[in-house]
Design a protein around this ligand. Structure first.
Ligand SMILES: [Fe+2]
Length: 159
């Protein structure tokens, strides 16, 4: 059965925002996977602090994945599903367990910056399409990734 969607946004506005949210979701999934993997594989004298920091970060992203995917559904589009599908939607590469702790943290910081750029572009799109709910969601995501990038930067000893 097909029903029409009348939420005050046009079909074009909804698909436009859903496409942008899909990019944010894919980048977020990649950063989630890498953060969880580095939580397992990070090594060194600061092990426990870093292991714990990364757990805090991957749990926060994990919660957000569901919120972003469900917003895509509320806009009337399918959420992407499966490893291969996600891999095709993001430029963020898999982590490398052989890296040392400094290199892992630096890579994650850069990935958060990539994700921030994707999120900022999606936010502009949602704003121009008049989708206040997605603007709110994406603003929250921006704040979270800027905070994560700051924590990684400070852990690396940078300002
Ligand atoms: Fe764990």
């Amino acid at each position: 059965m097909t029903t029409t969607i009348d939420t005050g946004l046009t079909k074009t506005e909804r698909t436009d925002v859903a496409r942008e949210l899909t990019k944010v979701l894919a980048d977020s999934y990649a950063v989630y996977l890498k953060t969880h993997g580095y939580h397992w594989n990070i090594r060194g004298p600061e092990f426990f602090a870093l292991h714990t920091l990364l757990e805090t970060q991957y749990r926060e992203i994990w919660e957000a994945l569901d919120t972003i995917a469900e917003r895509i559904r509320a806009l009337g589009e399918f959420a992407p599903q499966g490893y291969a599908t996600f891999a095709n939607l993001t430029a963020i590469k898999d982590g490398d367990p052989e890296k040392d702790a400094q290199a892992m943290l630096k890579e994650l910081m850069t990935d958060h910056e990539t994700l921030i750029a994707t999120t900022r572009a999606a936010l502009k799109s949602a704003d121009s399409d008049g989708d206040d709910v997605s603007v709110d969601l994406l603003t929250t995501r921006l704040a979270s990734h800027e905070k994560a990038a700051w924590m990684l930067r400070s852990t690396l000893g940078s300002r």
